[in-house]
Design a protein around this ligand. Structure first.
Ligand code: 4AD
Ligand code: MG
Length: 431
């Protein structure tokens, strides 16, 4: 047998294989020398025995440092005591590189130090587990939409205008004579796409020049955004619930081991079954006030308020019909109650805050024109967006789910910075 990966090692009991990887640590006990090897698919113990293993290999053992890159050849041996149930009885080792002294030692390091070494920190088992959960979350979300006939439509990253408010725009000089902005959301383009394809979604990085230093805010984050023609608020509330249920199911099915490793309380995730509680903004304000907090009707919830509301339920909660004044310009007002918008936020349980925002869009060209004007947005940049309402306007709705906050909640992380490979924060652009 030739080169194999550690995750498939069980198939090669009693056979000779080669595993390529990095040394995570080594230890010796009596006549035995253990090398613990990591290859990205798992870890395995490679065992050398004095008197049985070639002396050259035993000499090499002395030289090997943490993170040295190796190709280890030997016989796969089933052993209940070995972590993972298998070990390799080493016959030869090819050293690709003896690593320099590795900066991340098994001792405790501060977050700043680890973030400065994020390119190496990714190799640690905890980060590995989190990012494997992230992969499953993304996979589940994409499959969810693909299976329901949505077309993936990629939105541009360089945009001429704002979508989610002008105060959080990253500005770029676009060849001197024009400004461009990094996209805050693909939504406006998805609205055009929905009129062409019916059901669409985009999935990509989005940017917010947020001056907030909270555990929920990144300046670059990934969002999956579905948009549907001939749809209303109710439709997308159900869709949002279905998406989150599908994500949790997939993660519980494929990443239980990683969640265990992260010390996540699985019972909390297993509770995430439909139907989710649904409350109006008015009712949510009441919950906050009943908890003894002062919160006047008309304001948006702060982080602390969101925690109060989400702690009220053991599942994600959908809050609909916020005061229109607190929300973005493109939202449609409730015809029965024009002071509120036909919008919805989903708050994750356990104080993880808003993971989804969306709703029904203004489909009347005249009203939308007024909203653009009121928001003091440059009319010329939104001419195309009004066109979407001028040629066969229909009710339509959609939402955006933030990947990092969702991963942060599912993994039980203290801060979203660990839920993305290379986080971008107010004070972090390196590595
Ligand atoms: O509520 P938001 O701003 O909604 C939109 O951008 C809509 N245009 C989406 C749509 O309807 N197509 O953002 C949606 C989600 C939030 O619920 C949150 O999960 C995430 O994106 N998000 C952030 N995640 C990390 N860091 C930030 N600074 C985030 N801002 C929003
Ligand atoms: Mg929002």
């Amino acid at each position: 047998m030739g080169k194999v990966t550690i995750d498939t090692i069980g198939k090669y009991d009693n056979q000779d294989v080669t595993v390529c990887g990095w040394l995570t640590h080594k230890r010796s006990s009596g006549r035995i020398r253990f090398l613990v090897l990591r290859d990205g698919t798992g870890t395995i113990q490679a065992t050398c025995i004095k008197g049985e293993t070639d002396n050259q290999v035993l000499d090499l053992y002395q030289e090997l440092t943490q993170e040295s890159s190796l190709a280890v050849t030997g016989t796969v041996h089933r052993d209940k005591r070995a972590p993972g149930g298998y070990e390799i009885l080493v016959s030869s080792i090819e050293v690709l590189q003896i690593a320099e002294t590795y900066p991340i030692a098994p001792k405790e390091h501060g977050v700043g130090f680890l973030m400065d070494h994020r390119h190496l920190w990714l190799r640690s088992s905890r980060q590995h587990a989190i990012l494997r959960v992230r992969h499953a979350v993304i996979n589940a979300a994409r499959n969810f939409f693909d299976d329901q006939g949505f077309t993936l439509l990629d939105a541009p990253i360089l945009t001429p205008s704002s979508c989610e408010g002008t105060t959080t725009l990253f500005e770029i000089d676009y060849f001197g004579d024009k400004k461009a902005f990094l996209s805050q959301s693909g939504q406006l383009y998805m609205e055009a796409g929905a009129m062409a394809f019916g059901k669409v979604y985009c999935f990509g990085p989005t940017f917010r020049a947020e001056k907030s230093k909270t555990r929920r805010h990144l300046t670059e984050f990934w969002m999956i955004e579905p948009e549907i023609a001939f749809a209303d608020l109710e439709t997308v509330m159900k869709l949002a619930e279905g998406l989150v249920v599908a994500i949790i199911e997939e993660v519980l099915q494929t990443r239980k081991e990683e969640l265990h490793q992260l010390g996540r309380d699985l019972t909390r995730l297993e509770q995430v079954r439909p139907p989710f509680p649904v409350v109006s903004y008015d009712e949510a304000v009441q919950i906050v006030q009943d908890a003894g907090e002062s919160m006047p009707w008309g304001e948006d919830f702060g982080g602390a308020h969101e925690t109060i509301v989400s702690n009220h339920f053991d599942k994600p909660v959908l809050i609909h019909r916020y005061p229109a004044e607190t929300k973005a310009f493109y939202m449609k007002n409730d015809p029965d109650r024009p002071e509120v918008a036909l919008c919805v936020d989903m708050l994750a349980p356990e104080g993880y805050g808003e993971i989804i925002g969306g709703g029904q869009r203004e489909d009347d060209p005249a009203l939308l024109g007024q909203k653009i004007e009121k928001a003091e947005l440059p009319a010329e940049d939104f001419a195309w967006y009004l066109d979407v309402r001028r040629y066969g306007s229909v009710p339509h709705a959609g939402f955006g789910l933030g990947i990092e906050r969702t991963v942060g909640w599912i993994c039980g992380l203290e801060h979203v910075r660990e839920s993305i490979p290379f986080p971008r924060l107010l004070d972090r652009l390196y590595p």
